[in-house]
Design a protein around this ligand. Structure first.
Ligand SMILES: Nc1ncnc2c1ncn2[C@@H]1O[C@H](COP(=O)(O)OP(=O)(O)O)[C@@H](O)[C@H]1O
Ligand SMILES: [Mg+2]
Length: 235
């Protein structure tokens, strides 16, 4: 078994990376062994989420480990790549060596983005970085995932259309809307799959199935390029 690596990366915090990562990891772990590597020190919010989950509920097929530096991420990937079907990397809230490492090593990079002007400004940096990373990681797929979308808000609809025209990263057709279920379930160590909001469940399911349809096109883990990725990440 060689795990598929999916990275969640963005140049900004608060866009919904960890929320999306936790929800998709839970969904993957229903049928496949799944590891999250929480690459966001010192918060490590997914480790905190998993501790609550682990303390309150039965064991499931989902594990969480942490990496504080790109070299630690590579050490973990080298050890674990054949032990899991899916390895999800939750990146930091800014562009730094860890963000660059997660993008350069993954087969699929998901860039969550909320439709607000400030977040869209920082997305352009990310869009460029993902394009630059394809030099080291040519078979990587990337997708933008709109999160925290407020329905029937005209300015948000215009922003989504503008980004679609300008960005190199293609969006998933499915979006996550702004719903309290994402906050509340996370605080309980759960996913929206294990919560009461059927719309939120359907949203996550829809993104999950889009990933499943894409997964065979995604690049293999780019672990062999460790040295060049670490050099590039420090630039
Ligand atoms: N779709 C959503 N609807 C409502 N709140 C959300 C949604 N996604 C994330 N949040 C909330 O937004 C905040 C930031 O999300 P988080 O996943 O921690 O972002 P990041 O990892 O990008 O910093 C959290 O309080 C989270 O509960
Ligand atoms: Mg986070």
């Amino acid at each position: 078994m060689s795990g598929k690596i999916i990275a969640f990366a963005q140049a900004k915090g608060g866009v919904g990376k960890s929320t999306l990562c936790a929800n998709l990891a839970t969904t993957f772990s229903e049928n496949a062994s799944t590891l999250i590597i929480d690459c966001d020190p010192p918060q490590h919010s997914l480790s905190a989420w998993h501790e609550i989950r682990h303390a309150n509920y039965e064991e499931d097929g989902l594990n969480v480990k942490t990496a504080d530096k790109p070299s630690e991420l590579f050490n973990l990937l080298e050890t674990e790549i054949n032990n899991y079907d899916f390895i999800l990397l939750d990146g930091p809230p800014h562009i730094n060596p860890m963000t660059k490492a997660v993008i350069a090593v993954a087969g699929l990079v998901i860039v969550p983005l909320a439709p607000s002007p400030v977040e869209v400004w920082s997305f352009h940096e990310m869009d460029k970085l993902v394009t630059e990373a394809t030099k080291l990681n040519p078979n990587m797929q990337s997708r933008l995932c709109w999160t925290r979308v407020r329905k029937r808000v005209k300015s948000a609809e215009y922003l989504i259309e503008d980004v679609k025209k300008a960005a190199s990263i293609k969006p998933f057709a499915s979006v996550l809307t702004q719903r309290v279920a994402y906050l509340d379930s996370f605080a309980e160590g759960l996913s929206v799959y294990e919560w009461t909001d059927a719309i939120a469940r359907a949203e996550v399911w829809s993104v999950h199935s889009a990933i499943q349809r894409l997964i065979n096109k995604c690049g293999k883990p780019n672990i062999g390029k460790r040295k060049s990725i670490l050099e590039w990440s420090r630039k």
